[in-house]
Design a protein around this ligand. Structure first.
Ligand code: SF4
Length: 376
């Protein structure tokens, strides 16, 4: 059985945020129909994966999954558990907008089996939240974290965005201090990305808003790494920091090259060395599911050589190459081919071997791309 991750996309939002280019739907009259369609899609993939894959995580992403009722989320979880194999300790994460949940709803979500929340706080400054057109205040965001703890959650992520307009280094640092004070196990810190087609992008093009350059962005990133690691959070990939043992399984599935199945509009999958995405528009997605059970497009076959290269690239950029797993997944050809080069970069202080794992040193991280190019 392949250890895998399950992603469920919920495309509905209360309103559109100015920086967001995700596919999201504001009208609510399609919510019930979407659930029916998701269940059909689950049935389709159950027939293909039930004998070969075991899922250790479910991640509800969006959109705004927390806009759905607990009974809606529960129906998806119980149906998934009937149709697929899961580990006993499956991690079930729900992306949560603080403006959509009160304590009672969090208690209900915990009771139906959600055991990890990912709360989109973004900033602790009211002016930032207003600017980003978020539907919650800073106080509501903090209160959501405390309510979640009282509801029973002991695995909580918060999302923050840096390099917002008018954000000084001091203001960003204050956000980090406030984040680390909260009872959270995981912090995701993303740089603001200007996506074509968003309102924010147009504001920047029209010179109504100024975003600082890449050097400033890099400074904020370094401040983030230094501060969060000093507070006990380990950086286990580019934007994610976790207390020991609280790395997000769903994130790790991507970085450790495990299979993942995405269901719903706009989702992406990687199963048995085949990668695809689902149709984005709800009407097209629903029509495809009703006609043939799946809505996949852009199917890409990954060759064995491409697969091992992708595995090495992802592993080196995150927690390192697990030699035993590498050999189990791909045999020992890659290790044999690169034996001499590995010895050269080990002697040069670019990688180190520890407990069957090959990891980059700080010196190695700085030239990671060059190292990857030199592997055969
Ligand atoms: S709530 Fe999230 S998904 Fe919805 S529009 Fe805002 S940023 Fe995008």
């Amino acid at each position: 059985m392949k250890n895998s991750a399950l992603y469920i996309h919920i495309p509905f939002c209360e309103q559109k945020c100015i920086y967001c280019d995700f596919y999201s739907i504001i009208t609510k009259n399609k919510i019930d129909g979407y659930l029916e369609t998701l269940l059909i899609e689950m049935n389709y993939y159950s027939g293909l994966l039930r004998d070969t894959h075991i899922f250790s995580s479910i991640f509800f992403g969006g959109g705004t999954p927390s806009l759905m009722s607990p009974s809606y989320i529960s129906k998806i979880i119980t149906t998934a558990k009937e149709l697929f194999n899961f580990t006993d300790d499956v991690e079930i994460t729900l992306e949560t907008n603080p403006g959509t949940v009160n304590k009672e709803k969090l208690v209900a979500l915990y009771e139906i089996g959600v055991n990890r929340l990912s709360i989109g706080i973004q900033s602790f400054y009211e002016e930032d939240l207003r600017f980003l057109t978020r539907i919650h205040s800073s106080q509501a965001a903090r209160q959501t974290v405390f309510n979640a703890v009282e509801a029973g959650f002991n695995n909580i992520n918060i999302d923050l965005i840096f390099n917002l307009p008018k954000q000084t280094k001091e203001k960003w640092f204050y956000n980090l201090i406030e984040a680390a004070k909260l009872p959270v196990t995981h912090i995701s810190a993303y740089s603001l990305i200007l996506e074509p087609g968003t309102i924010l992008n147009k504001m920047v093009i029209d010179n109504k808003v100024k975003i600082e350059d890449a050097d400033f962005d890099a400074d904020l990133y370094l401040i983030t790494i230094e501060y969060l690691t000093s507070k006990g959070f380990k950086q286990y990939e580019v934007s994610n920091f976790a207390l020991p043992g609280y790395e997000c399984r769903h994130n790790n599935a991507y970085w450790q090259y495990h299979d993942y199945l995405g269901l719903g509009t706009y989702s992406h999958s990687f199963i048995n060395n085949e990668r695809w995405k689902n149709l984005s528009a709800l009407s097209l997605y629903s029509a495809a599911i009703e006609a043939k059970g799946s809505a996949k497009i852009n199917i890409e076959k990954i060759t064995d050589d491409e697969a091992v290269n992708e595995y090495i690239m992802l592993a080196l950029r995150s927690s390192g190459i697990d030699i035993i797993e590498l050999v189990e997944m791909f045999g020992d050809n890659w290790l044999n081919r690169n034996e001499k080069y590995l010895e050269v970069i080990r002697a040069g202080g670019f990688i180190l071997y520890k407990e069957n794992r090959i990891s980059l040193t700080k010196k190695g991280y700085a030239v990671c791309d060059e190292i990857l190019v030199n592997f055969k």
